[in-house]
Ligand binder design. Structure first.
Ligand SMILES: Cc1cc2nc3c(=O)[nH]c(=O)nc-3n(C[C@H](O)[C@H](O)[C@H](O)COP(=O)(O)OP(=O)(O)OC[C@H]3O[C@@H](n4cnc5c(N)ncnc54)[C@H](O)[C@@H]3O)c2cc1C
Length: 424
């Protein structure tokens, strides 16, 4: 029988949204448990931030969290519901059940990978993946790097790589010039963001930042050695030791879907209090739509206050949220993946890298479900978190439903589910 932790407010995800939610709920007097599968709080953007190190905003929020009564339960992944209103979680191989009166889901986002010939070669990484390696101490000094992706994340990653001594050859943004420039012009309303972008660009001024350019193939024998790029009119190759190629972010919707929360247009439906369509389940941060750090924080604060019954204090934050939502909408429009990215796949291109399923094996299928009957696409350790969003763009297929476990887990942990076997 799994140990049960009881609390008033459970927060899943200790990124900026979850930290803000946990702080606000705890400061309002609620008993709060904050769960995250990572060994430290911080999420994607504040990965590696510690006391005395990292951006000031991050240090302030982390200090506020440790000063609060919220209890961080790290290295703990939510793998399923327990069938009885609680969450089944795995901590260092052991099962735990977490029962909270209210739940805030702040599960964040991951990178969008779109397959192309050679994308499975060693040293072809996501843009955020390259950043994570750099933050964890991997040295890229003197290594030839091409970044070919999309969205504002290219800028801090290019800046960090250039500053660390990498030989950054090109930063290629797939979005066309008119969209990127239109977006930059609309940013006069957000001077802080403009200043930040200018600061990043200044850090890699020696390298070209080209819009309307994307990678069509990566080549090499046992690792990437060159990338073929195009601007739609002509193609050329750039030699590289690393290629960072991903196309923005996709929200982590598996847990909200498993809980029965309505999802529309790839975002969890929430009301003004960040309450989902399921009673006592709130959602904040990227699962409600990709919106960046500040929006994640504001939504987290609102969710935390609402879950602690302090709805009236949210008013001041609501205007700020509306303003940031407009910024998020402009961002999504400017950096939407172009159709040509879906046209790069060849018959032998791997689509599901967990289960080694190639494009040609999927071709006869008309839906994700049909493809799963004929192949093992989406059934590997990542449970379709990589190939699912790719197939949504390549074929217009939506993943039909979420199947637990949400993370790789042991049979012992799954067997502790109080009602019936995992699978809904
Ligand atoms: C790889 C990557 C790199 C990024 N780098 C930058 C950057 O340099 N600059 C920038 O401005 N923005 C960056 N972003 C975007 C930034 O993360 C967001 O704008 C924002 O900060 C998101 O906050 P969040 O709290 O919603 O999500 P996140 O920061 O993603 O936090 C979500 C947390 O939920 C946890 N989680 C999810 N599912 C489970 C589960 N089942 N069980 C337990 N824990 C779970 C995760 O471990 C994670 O810690 C990056 C995003 C990604 C994906």
């Amino acid at each position: 029988m799994a140990e049960t932790l009881k609390t008033e407010v459970t927060v899943v995800g200790a990124g900026p949204a979850g930290i803000a939610a946990a702080c606000r709920a705890a400061e309002s007097g609620a008993r709060v448990l904050l769960l995250d599968e990572n060994p430290r709080a911080g999420g994607q953007i504040w990965r590696g931030t510690r006391c005395g190190r990292g951006p000031a905003g991050a240090r302030r929020w982390l200090a506020r969290l440790s000063d609060s009564s919220a209890r961080l339960v790290d290295t703990t992944a939510v793998v399923d519901t327990d069938g009885d209103g609680g969450l089944l979680v795995e901590r260092r191989g052991e099962a735990l059940v977490v029962e909270g009166e209210r739940l805030i889901v702040a599960s964040g986002a991951r990178e969008l990978f779109l397959p192309f010939p050679g994308w499975t070669l060693p040293n072809v990484l996501g843009v955020g993946g390259g950043q994570a390696l750099l933050k964890s101490g991997v040295s890229f000094r003197g290594r030839k790097i091409v970044i070919a992706g999309s969205g504002p994340l290219l800028l801090p990653v290019a800046a960090a790589l250039a500053t660390s001594g990498a030989h950054l050859r090109l930063v290629a943004e797939q979005a066309p010039a008119h969209r990127v420039h239109g977006f930059a012009l609309s940013c006069w309303r957000y001077p802080g963001k403009l200043i930040e972008a200018t600061r990043y660009r200044a850090a890699f001024l020696a390298t070209a930042y080209r819009t309307g350019v994307w990678a069509v193939a990566a080549r090499g024998d046992d690792r990437v050695e060159e990338v073929v790029l195009t601007d739609g009119h002509r193609s050329w190759t750039e030699p590289c030791d690393y290629l960072l190629a991903s196309y923005g972010l996709v929200p982590n919707l598996e847990l909200p879907r498993l809980l029965g929360c309505a999802v529309d247009n790839d975002r969890v439906t929430v009301d003004d209090h960040q309450l989902t369509t399921v009673d006592d389940v709130y959602c904040a941060g990227e699962p409600t739509g990709i919106g960046g750090l500040e929006l994640a924080l504001v939504e987290g604060e609102i969710a935390g206050l609402a879950a602690a019954g302090r709805d009236r204090e949210e008013t001041a934050l609501a205007g700020r949220r509306r303003r940031l939502e407009r910024f998020a909408a402009a961002l999504a429009h400017a950096f939407a993946p172009r159709q040509e990215l879906a046209e790069r796949v060849e018959v032998d291109t791997t689509i599901c890298r967990c289960e080694d399923v190639a494009w040609k094996q999927l071709h006869p299928a008309g839906s994700f479900r049909q493809a799963k009957l004929a192949t093992r696409v989406g059934m590997g350790p990542c449970q379709g978190r990589v190939c699912g969003p790719a197939l949504a763009l390549l074929r217009g297929w939506e993943a039909d439903r979420v199947r637990p476990p949400l993370r790789v887990s042991t049979l012992g942990v799954l067997a502790s589910r109080s009602k019936g076997p995992a699978g809904h």
